[in-house]
Ligand binder design. Sequence first.
Ligand code: PLP
Length: 390
Amino acid sequence: MYVPLLDLKAQYKAHKKELDEALLRVSESQYFILGPEVEKMESSFCNYLNCKHAIGVSSGTDALLVALMALDIHPGDEVIVPTYSFFATAGVVSRLNAIPVFTDIDPITFNIDPDDVRKKITKKTKAIIPVHLYGQSCEMDSIMNIARQYNIKVIEDAAQAIGGQYKDGRMVGTIGDVGCFSFFPSKNLGCFGDGGLVVTNDDELGEKIHILRVHGAKPKYYHKIIGGNFRLDALQAAVISVKLPHLDSWSQKRRENAKTYYDLFIKAGLSEEPGKLQFDSKNKVLLPKAVYESINGLKNYHIYNQFIIRVEERDNLRQFLTDKKIGTEIYYPVPFHLQECFSELGYSQGDFPIAEEAANTSLALPIYPELTNEQLIYVAKSVKEFFDRK
Ligand SMILES: *Cc1c(COP(=O)(O)O)cnc(C)c1O
């Protein structure tokens, strides 16, 4: 059996007619940049996320960059980010000559550790970028309390969590001052290239992001501020408009797949329950956990952009699964504080033990919505075989 990490062709096949029609519509209009397709998509997101402003941009990375620019992050300002995320979260801070200040992560969710955030606040701290990693919300109440106490802005990196919810049902991305999303093809809502979205409930920030997106001009050719080309194409917007109405059912399917994995791994004797933190003979596989899901019936809608297990012999398991034609990935092998490009920031090995351990033991298994039950069973059975092999 073949189980890729992600099968984009399966999703395309299921919605080919609507998608092809949308592409053709743009082709016939010959209206490619911003315009009515982008505006239509933006207003759909205002409805879906229940927020005031949604601004389509060129990528998730540019969404973060433009958010920092809109918040006037200057050279030398400090921005607190988790050391464990996709590179863009920290890269955008350095591109503005501001200083990314790293924190460790929570061992269960892999999300930014609010206690560590509090310790890293200085007079220069201007913003915090919590990342809703793998599709699960950060502990936003704590982050927002810290931010209010110190008058610091919060930019949510929700690139992996579109449609995810925090514990009281608020949509991730709409809790902080600005929220950033990505439509990179491997995200839960992927377009046919690069694309991103910035959202905010602040009118002034919304207006500023609109202007920054087009080189800071308003009206055209009259530049109020220095922006960039952060525009989204009509083709991408048309694809996203077709896909958005399906997003919740895809997320639900991912959640069902996760549930199936939980049952299969527990039944196979590889784990006692989700969220265990210690390897032992009954927990050879540490399963992820949706942390708030069962508290008082409050919702925490984890949308499983990735399903991350931890195993001690991670690299050997990965090779074993590759030989069985099962696609896996390591998100992420090197935390920011150990990246060569950040070496001048003065961090060293051992500074963030939880992130370092995650980098050494985590492995992403296929979780995409179109997976069949047979494929899920094959993946779990193959992991079991790995542990039974000697
Ligand atoms: C994908 C991703 C980004 C960047 O999005 P692009 O659209 O690829 O530029 C930023 N942050 C996180 C956490 C991501 O996963």
